[in-house]
Ligand binder design. Structure first.
Ligand code: 4NP
Length: 162
């Protein structure tokens, strides 16, 4: 199973989401069975490390995302990944615009897809401060928890064999 987390710049929300998901999956029975990557619908920050505020936020929660590098979402990602999980509706629209017709069903909003009901969007913290990064992190961490629950609960997922 391959999951791709998508935001706008791939320097704040999606690298934090990638880090939170990867850390949570590694502590679960899904360890080694789920691959996680991230990308941005915009290419402005291609090749750059995550925003220092995102790196610091993840570090406060015990996760090192400093080695990640930004890249832009491409149509090919719809062939390489099982689910394209977007932080907000604008980025879902941008992702869908790149999707090959037969793969449109792979794109979804991360939080509802994970099973989170109290929020549907991970707000963009880029123009905010540490509290905004913490808020985004808390949603992404809740999503990571819910993703593990969702994937573990599906015997047909091919992830947990009999
Ligand atoms: P992200 O945040 O989509 O969570 O990575 C942003 C990063 C950069 C910009 C906007 C949002 N920007 O305008 O450069």
């Amino acid at each position: 199973m391959k999951l791709l987390v998508v935001c706008l710049g791939n320097i704040c929300r999606s690298p934090m989401g990638e880090g939170a998901l990867r850390a949570r999956i590694e502590r679960s029975p899904l360890a080694g069975r789920v691959e996680v990557d991230s990308a941005g619908t915009a290419g402005w920050h291609r090749g750059k490390a995550p925003d220092p505020r995102a790196v610091a936020c993840a570090r406060r929660h015990g996760v090192d995302i400093s080695g990640l590098r930004a890249r832009q979402l491409q149509s090919d990602d719809f062939l390489r990944f099982d689910h394209i999980l977007c932080a907000d509706p604008d980025n879902l629209d941008e992702a869908l615009a790149l999707a090959p017709p037969q793969a449109r069903g792979k794109a979804a909003l991360l939080l509802p897809w994970a099973g989170i009901t109290h929020a549907s969007t991970v707000p963009d913290p880029y123009y905010g401060g540490d509290a905004d990064f913490e808020h985004s992190w808390s949603l992404l961490e809740a999503a990571a928890e819910a993703v593990v629950r969702r994937l573990s609960a599906r015997p047909d997922s091919g992830i947990i064999g009999p």
